[in-house]
Design a protein around this ligand. Structure first.
Ligand code: AMP
Ligand code: MG
Length: 354
């Protein structure tokens, strides 16, 4: 799989010391002669307008923050992102009976269902991540996932769970590239793109903003964010919350031109008899993964960081970090079930360098 450019190459820092490289480095020695011309240009241009908007879409909080000289154009850009989020939600929510995904879940065990290029591509990427993570990421987890209702504190009984786990296996999804059709190899297979669709929506939104000429922006969908450029001339700051105290941060990372995703066991959960039942499911057992409390992944695109944050959560510390350390351009910050923090080798190096 072609992995995006290195996080360490674009901008890496943890704490206050940015490691700026490449295109973020200021060029030395601007000519004294051309400086007055530049100043004249700057003073005649409209001042930068920063716009910020939060809305609830896709069952999560969407945040867009961006800079544009023209406030009206900036607002139009924000509306375009919100529309994109709504479109992806309408197509890919497994809970909306009219969505393309619901149609697929309802029909693909009986006969092949032809799907859009976009859904086909996302299913293909999902299967790529399943192979990469040795099945920790598996969108057919939904066969078991649908048996939980975190709000109502409902979990499946052992018999139902066993039957559902039998249907979990990404090999049960057959993708036929020529017709873009999808079929499931047995009844009971269901898919849910909750572990990758928000990242995809964030990537689409950033592409959209870039096409509109915007160079400084942040788009966040729940735990998935991507930033381009800077904020008020400084790197963007993304906080990682304490998994057991939403008012406390365990780390603050300054970033430029990267994507960051956090998966945590505090997003959708209930506690019963001292055990936490939450929305990240180990495909082998159909039960929630419990070795970690949160996983943050930093990379260059949000589709990858989203899928990997969910995957590493399932894989746990040792296997998870082993995988991250061999993927160029990807870094991770883990909080384990004792509240201890662990970092990928790239971040350890970044933190250690002067
Ligand atoms: P995230 O929001 O990225 O932490 O992903 C959590 C979401 O991913 C859940 O709400 C589910 O929709 C989905 N999910 C849970 N377990 C898995 C898994 N093992 N593989 C793929 N997706 C999953
Ligand atoms: Mg994720």
């Amino acid at each position: 799989m072609p992995w995006p450019q290195s996080f360490r190459e674009s901008a890496a820092m943890i704490g206050d010391q940015p490691l700026k490289q490449g295109k973020h480095q200021r060029r030395p020695g601007l000519s004294v002669l051309i400086l007055p011309c530049l100043l004249a240009l700057v003073s005649s241009a409209a001042p930068a307008q920063w716009l910020l908007e939060n809305r609830d879409i896709m069952g999560t909080r969407i945040t867009v923050e961006l800079e544009h000289r023209d406030k009206i154009v900036g607002q139009q850009a924000i509306e375009a992102v919100m529309r994109e989020m709504q479109r992806i939600d309408a197509d890919m929510s497994p809970y909306k009976a009219t969505s393309e995904l619901a149609r697929l879940n309802a029909g693909a065990a009986s006969k092949p269902v032809i799907v859009s290029d976009e859904l086909f591509w996302l299913l293909k990427r999902s299967k790529d991540f399943s192979r990469l993570t040795q099945g920790a990421f598996d969108i057919t987890f939904a066969s078991a996932g649908f048996l939980y209702d975190y709000r109502a504190h409902i979990k499946p009984g052992a018999k139902d769970l066993k039957q559902a786990v039998d249907a979990i296996d990404y090999h049960n999804i057959h993708l036929e590239p020529a017709r873009h059709s999808v079929s499931f190899s047995k009844p009971g297979v269901k898919i849910d793109l909750g572990g990758i669709a928000k990242g995809h929506a964030v990537d689409n939104s950033i592409t959209l903003l870039q096409k509109m000429g915007i160079t400084n922006a942040l788009v966040t969908a729940g735990g998935d964010s991507r930033v381009i450029g800077q904020r008020w001339g400084r790197p963007w700051q993304i906080g990682i919350r304490d998994p057991r105290d939403k008012n406390r941060l365990v780390a603050k990372i300054p970033l430029e031109n990267v994507a960051v995703s956090t998966s945590g066991d505090y997003e959708r959960f209930f506690d019963q008899d001292g055990v936490r039942y939450h929305h990240i499911i180990n495909p082998k057992t159909g039960d929630s993964a419990r070795e970690l409390r949160s996983v943050t992944i930093i990379g260059s695109d949000a589709t990858s960081t989203d899928a990997l944050s969910t995957s590493i959560f399932v894989m746990g510390r040792e296997r998870g970090l082993q995988l991250i350390n061999r993927l160029p351009g990807i870094d991770a910050i883990l909080v384990d079930n004792k509240g201890r923090m662990h970092y990928s080798e790239g971040l350890e190096r970044a933190a250690a360098s002067p």
